[in-house]
Design a protein around this ligand. Structure first.
Ligand code: NAP
Length: 302
């Protein structure tokens, strides 16, 4: 037996075509949606991610602007730019590419982004919305995973979902989203004793640890659905996930490849959040875009 592939690249292509139509409608109604990306330093991986996001914006008819700072930039300068972007009439989404240099407090920076433009979904308001059952912008990676599961009609209600990795950007928001869908969720992390005890129970296993080969075939049960979020750059330049794909695929019912699984979906959901932000802004105030729209006015449930 070999698992069916959850093809994030193909699904992204379909979604991006519909996103282009939505952007075009907005453009015809006044202006194209706009995304601002803030990049600090010269981390090659971050530069690749930012390039991919800009390319996806072009593909979907979204205007994007990259603000690239040297590593020495002060927190004050970054806050100043974010404050300008918060009130800019041509920007609907603001994204700060992580990681930031150590002298910059990430929480302060994310906290400065207007919740109405927090298209990465990292602001405390948006995270809090996940707990309370509603949010404006769901964090992109878990949002993409949820869509992959839904599109393949993989039901999580009543299922054992095991998440390996408890980061603020993937593991924790993923757990909250699937809890809302009535899954029984376990979250494992570096201090989990006997990881395989949990992974063997999983009907749906989501892995976001950043450890190549962490999940082997003996750690999963037959017919498990495997979502590999990990992106690991190997010495030979190739990219691999956290799951031993070649062996696990023989036990799984569905599995995501790396690359071509969750990665493209993350970028696509970022664009979706940006376009939705523009749609909300235009619908609320189609002529004079009001950047001070309150979260309650823009609230969506996921
Ligand atoms: P992170 O902040 O480093 O978090 C990794 C999490 O995994 C932490 O909770 C860590 O536990 C846990 N962990 C590490 N080793 C483990 C082990 N051996 N057993 C159990 N848990 C372990 O990373 P992240 O930002 O969430 O990203 C995780 C991976 O996903 C990375 O490879 C990243 O590149 C990738 N990623 C991919 C996408 C995408 O679009 N596909 C998006 C975001 C991230 P502790 O906190 O206790 O150490």
């Amino acid at each position: 037996m070999s698992a069916r592939i959850l093809d994030g690249r193909a699904l992204s292509k379909e979604i991006r075509a519909s996103l282009f139509d939505r952007s075009l409608r907005l453009k015809n109604d006044g202006r194209a949606p706009g995304l601002a990306v803030i990049l600090v330093g010269n981390d090659p991986a971050s530069e690749v991610y930012v390039r991919n996001k800009s390319k996806a914006c072009d593909e979907c008819g979204v205007m994007s602007k990259v603000f690239h700072f040297p590593n020495t930039v002060s927190e004050h300068e970054l806050v100043g730019l974010i404050e300008e972007l918060n009130v800019s009439n041509e920007i609907d989404g603001i994204l700060v590419q992580l990681p930031l240099p150590e002298h910059v407090n990430v929480r302060n920076i994310i906290g400065c982004i207007s919740v109405n433009k927090d298209v990465d979904g990292f602001h405390l308001y948006n995270i809090g919305g996940l707990v309370a059952g509603g949010t404006i912008f769901p964090p992109c990676t878990p949002y993409g995973v949820q869509l992959l599961l839904e599109t393949a009609n993989i039901e999580v209600s009543g299922k054992n979902v095991v998440i390996v990795g408890a980061s603020n950007i993937v593991g924790k928001p993923m757990a909250l989203m699937l809890l809302q869908k009535d899954a029984t969720v376990s979250v494992c992390h570096i201090k989990t004793n006997d990881l395989s005890l949990y992974t063997k129970l999983a009907d749906v296993l989501i892995v976001a640890a950043g450890k190549p080969g962490l999940i082997t075939a003996d750690m999963v049960k037959n017919d498990v659905v495997v979502i590999d979020v990990g992106i690991n750059r190997m010495i030979d330049g190739s990219i691999t996930g956290d799951v031993d794909f070649d062996n696990v695929k023989h036990k799984a019912s569905w599995i995501t490849p790396v690359p071509g699984g969750v990665g493209p979906m993350t970028v696509t959901m970022l664009i979706e959040n940006t376009i939705r932000s523009a749609e909300l802004r235009m619908a609320i105030n189609p002529i004079n875009i009001n950047p001070a729209v309150t979260p309650a006015e823009m609230r969506l449930s996921i």
